[in-house]
Design a protein. Sequence first.
Length: 578
Amino acid sequence: MSSSSVEKIKERLSISDVLATYLKLEKAGQNFKARCPFHNEKTPSFFLSSSRNTYYCFGCGVKGDIFTFVQEFEGVDFVGALNLLAERAGVELEKFEPKNKEEKDEIFSVLEKAAVFFEKNLKENPKALQYLKDRGLISLTIEKWRLGYAPNEWRRLSGHLEGEGVSRGRMETAGLIKKGVRETGDGFYDVFRGRIVFPINDTSGRIIAFSGRIFDETPDAPKYLNSPETPLFVKSETLHGLDKAKIAIRKKDYTMLVEGQMDLLMCHQAGFDNTVASSGTAFTEAHLSKLKRLSNRILFLFDGDGAGFQASLKSGNLALSLGMEVKFAELPKGDDPAEMIRKDSVAFTDIVKNSKHVIDFYLDRLIKEGLSGRALLKEVEKKVLPYIAMLQSSIEQSHFVSQVSKKCSIKEEAIWSDLRKTGQSERSAIPARIAVVPQEKETWNRRNYVERRLFGILFWQEGEKEKLIDTGKLRVALTGTLGDENLVKALQEHKIFREELIFEAESYYGDKTHISRDVEELLIGLTEDMLRERFVTVMRQLDGAEKAKDEKLAANLLADCQEITKRLAELSEKRRAT
């Protein structure tokens, strides 16, 4: 892809415009900040530079431009990010012949040809079209999701693709044909035959696989059949419908999870456009991590049979362990989302609205099953308390402990006592009075933080034509505080992170209003920190001198301590005066 296309996209799309569709941005001077989508944090440390059109996170170190962000966030390659951003920017990309494309691009091309073939065959099959409409789908949904039909013939698709110059090897790599002993004569046959075909897209909207539901009577054929895994399609990482749901997930701040293809399409058609489905596999940590970047809240929707509940419970457990807020919504036995929407969309909407937190849901389910007394207490201890222990918030834990206490008539202290025995994870946050594992907190060396800020300002301002501070005076002040040798060493250490430090300084001081005051305060703080470090060292030496009964050395060290204390008091007074 030519660099001109990339530049055109960058000219038309600012980094704030692009990232605002994924993150909640806050103004920070001339720039923006947000909570980083690539690691857990409560305080925003993810900054966007409007002038540079780049981003940087001071928490985890990720950085880049709109292309790297879309690649990381969407889980696509550069071409996928390019296509997605080009469509948004209204930039027409240059077309390349398949022979000039890399393997993945060739597979994309083959799958697109197959999708067009399936779509054409569906339009020519009134019976298959009527089946989809009888299931509740309207023409707009069928077209939007590019549904198709695979003729019930062994080599209809492969013959068509051969006519368009696609090799059998490429078809096999794309998951469209298989080799085996079949009545095709040469052993190759189409994977999808006699099926309604649902394309599966990556997050940029490109087709990466297909899912086929049996339509024509075929002995011993499975009801649903998915493409095999390919260089493009990894089941444990692919969520069907995420390309169409991601904006709605961000806007509504929760994801709705279903299992079937028809469930997914009917939910979107009914306005639940924040719905996604797994692609023939259980929900994995990779699935949930993708969704967590869009929203921390997730709703599992399942039918009332035991298998559906157990599968959702397992996935909910995993989501809780990742720190997500998990809710459950249970449909009447025998109903799936697609059928219920078709029969009674109002009732379906009510079920979604009345969804419950997984802990409330499970607790109410145990009570509904008629358990009471000792049997109920044992089930609560075994199945409910582990979920409470996974919660990262002590306030949430206290809330659910109170709920269990009220609904089961158990004293809260007894519940807290049992909760200690559940072997909670490191991220659990039981109140301090009964905590078993103390929560580890990230600590920052204050002096390193102050140095980082000062050198960031120095590097930034030395590169600016119109300076906001006198950088010469700042260097002199740093020399006076650190000393010549330590200044050279510090400059070498911080130059490794020069770009990040400049980004940080620019983000904090882009409004130009308080930089001079902050520089003065930071210099005071750096001097105080060095004096405190010196004080600790001298106190240790003093303790050693006193134990060795070296009165002369002890007297000199005591005088040093007094001098340091005096200087700290002067700096404190100076700080109050600024």
